[in-house]
Design a binder for this molecule. Structure first.
Ligand code: ACO
Length: 434
C-alpha cells in the first residue's frame, strides 16, 4: 500500500483538537483511512459492528468490485479461470501468487495426489460420531483433529510446516467430506484413486462402491471442478476473517481452518445453499409453482422473518459473477441428467424469474448469489443437501490457507483484538463485599 496525496481530518464538535490521519491507496478499490493511532491520540475507538467500513488487513489475493460484479483471483477474472484450467491450478495461483507453467502444474497435481489418503486411524475417530450427525459437525471435528494426526506440520511460524499442512488440507478435505457422507449412509469408505482428477476422485469417493467400477461422468466432473474454482476464495468474508483471527494467536493451520469450517456452517454464509434447497422444498410442500407468488409476499413482509435464501450479498450489489457461471453449469448438468423438467428445478427457475423482475429485489439490488445455483447443481449431481456446505468448505480451504499464510508473512501482523463500546453495568459490589 502507498500513502495517498490527501489526508483525513477528524474534528469534534466539543472543541477537542482535530487530528489528521494518513490515507493509503491499494492497487485498485477504495482507499483506507489509517486509524491505528486514533486511540492513542483521542482515547476513542471507532465503532463498526459487522465491519461495514473497516478493512481488517491488506491483501494481494482476491479483489471484488461489488458494484461492477467483478471477482479477481491474483488479478485474473473468475470467468477466465473457470473457463480455462482446473481447480488445482487455481489453488496454485492462490497460494503462490502466479499461475503455474506446464511443469509446475504437473508437479503440483502430483504433490496433492500424494497426500489424498488420511491416517487410517481417522476412521475410528469418525466412527465415534452418531450416524445421523450433520456433516458440518463431523467436518468441524475432523478438520480440527487433523492437528492431532499430523502433528509434524503444526508450527505456523515454520514455512515448511505451513507448506506441507497446506497441501495436506487441500488433498485430504475431499477424502474427509466423502468419508463423512459414506459413514452417514452406511457404505464402506472409498480410498482415493490418484489417477483421477481432483473432482473425479471426489465423485468416485462419494458415489463409488468397492464392488463395482466407477466411471466418472465428464460433465459432472467439470461442473464440480467449477464449483470448487468459484468457491476457492472470496477475500475477507466471515469464515476467512475467522481463520485469520483464529490463526493470529499462533494456533496451527488445521485448528484455524476448523474455525473457518465452523463459521462457514451458518445459513447467512456457506449454509445458504442448504437453506436455499430447504426453502425450495418448503415452497414445493406449500403447493409448488402456483405458491411462489404467495411465498414472495412473505419474503417482502419484514415481520415474517422469511428471507429469499440464495439472494443478496453483502458485497455484490450487482449480479454475482460466480452466479452467472454457476447458472451456465446448472443448465449443462440438468440437460446432461435429463432433469430440465424436474419440479424442483422448474420451481427454482420460477423463483429466480419473479425475483429478478420484482421491484422489492430490483430496488435493493438483490441478485441471485452463487449459492442459489450451486445448491441446485449439487442436488442434481446427487450430493445430499446437508453436505452442500461441506463441499463449499472443501473448495474454500485453499483460500483460507492462502489468506492465513499471507497474514503470517505480513510484517504488520498482530494478534487480532477488537475493542468494544461497553454498555453494561459500571462497577457494582456483591452484597456484603466492600
Ligand atoms: N431476502 C429478502 N430480503 C433481503 C434479502 C433476502 N435474501 N437479503 C437482503 N434483503 C433486504 C434486507 O431486508 C434489507 O432490506 P431493507 O433495506 O428494507 O431493510 C436490504 O435487502 C439490504 O439487506 P442487508 O441485510 O443490509 O444486507 P446485508 O449485506 O447485511 O446481508 C446477506 C447480506 C446476509 C447475504 C443477506 O442478503 C441474506 O441474508 N441473504 C440470504 C442468505 C444468503 O443467500 N447468503 C449467502 C451469501 S453468499 C455466500 O456466503 C457465499
Amino acid at each position: 500500500m502507498k500513502l495517498a496525496d490527501n489526508k483525513a481530518t477528524l474534528s469534534f464538535s466539543n472543541g477537542s483538537p482535530s487530528i489528521e490521519m494518513p490515507v493509503y491507496s491499494g492497487s485498485i478499490g477504495p482507499d483506507v483511512i489509517d486509524i491505528r493511532k486514533l486511540y492513542g491520540q483521542t482515547g476513542m475507538f471507532t465503532y463498526d459492528p459487522g465491519f461495514l467500513s473497516t478493512a481488517s488487513c491488506q491483501s494481494a489475493i482476491t479483489f471484488i468490485d461489488g458494484d461492477k460484479g467483478e471477482l479477481l483471483y491474483r488479478g485474473y477474472p473468475i470467468e477466465q479461470l473457470a473457463n480455462h484450467g482446473d481447480y488445482l491450478d487455481t489453488c496454485y495461483l492462490l497460494l503462490k501468487g502466479e499461475l503455474p507453467d506446464a511443469k509446475q502444474s504437473t508437479d503440483f497435481h502430483k504433490l496433492v495426489n500424494n497426500h489424498t489418503m488420511v491416517n487410517e486411524q481417522m476412521q475410528f475417530f469418525l466412527r465415534c460420531f452418531r450416524r445421523d450427525a450433520h456433516p458440518m459437525a463431523v467436518m468441524t471435528g475432523l478438520v480440527g483433529a487433523l492437528s492431532a494426526f499430523y502433528h509434524d506440520s503444526t508450527d505456523i511460524n515454520n514455512p515448511e510446516h505451513r507448506e506441507i499442512s497446506a497441501i495436506r488440507l487441500i488433498a485430504k478435505l475431499p477424502t474427509l467430506v466423502a468419508m463423512s457422507y459414506k459413514y452417514g449412509v452406511g457404505q464402506p469408505f472409498m480410498y482415493p484413486q490418484n489417477s483421477l482428477s481432483y473432482s473425479g476422485n471426489f465423485l468416485r469417493m462419494m458415489f463409488g462402491v468397492p464392488c463395482e467400477d466407477y466411471v466418472v461422468n465428464p460433465v459432472l466432473e467439470r461442473a464440480l471442478d467449477r464449483i470448487f474454482i468459484l468457491h476457492a476464495d472470496h477475500e475477507q468474508n466471515a469464515s476467512t476473517s475467522t481463520v485469520r483471527l483464529c490463526g493470529s494467536s499462533g494456533t496451527n493451520p488445521f485448528a484455524a481452518v476448523a474455525a473457518g469450517v465452523a463459521c462457514l456452517w451458518g445459513p447467512a454464509h456457506g449454509g445458504a445453499n442448504e437453506a436455499c434447497l430447504k426453502m425450495l422444498d418448503d415452497i414445493q410442500k406449500m403447493g409448488g409453482i402456483s405458491k411462489v407468488g404467495e411465498f414472495m409476499e412473505q419474503v417482502k413482509d419484514k415481520n415474517s422473518g422469511v428471507k429469499l435464501m440464495g439472494f443478496g450479498h453483502r458485497v455484490y450489489k450487482n449480479y454475482d459473477p460466480r452466479a452467472k457461471l454457476m447458472q451456465e453449469t446448472c443448465n449443462e448438468v440438468l440437460a446432461e441428467l435429463g432433469l430440465e423438467n424436474d419440479p424442483l428445478f422448474k420451481l427454482a427457475k420460477q423463483v429466480e424469474k419473479i425475483a429478478l423482475e420484482d421491484d422489492y429485489f430490483v430496488s435493493r439490488k438483490l441478485y441471485p448469489n452463487v449459492d442459489f445455483y450451486s445448491g441446485i447443481v449439487q442436488r442434481a449431481i446427487g450430493i445430499p443437501v446437508n453436505l452442500f456446505t461441506g463441499v463449499f468448505a472443501l473448495a474454500r480451504t485453499v483460500g483460507w490457507i492462502a489468506q492465513l499464510n499471507e497474514m503470517i508473512g505480513d510484517p504488520e501482523y498482530k494478534i487480532g483484538r477488537p475493542r468494544q463500546l461497553f454498555t453494561g453495568s459500571p462497577r457494582l459490589n456483591v452484597p456484603g463485599a466492600k
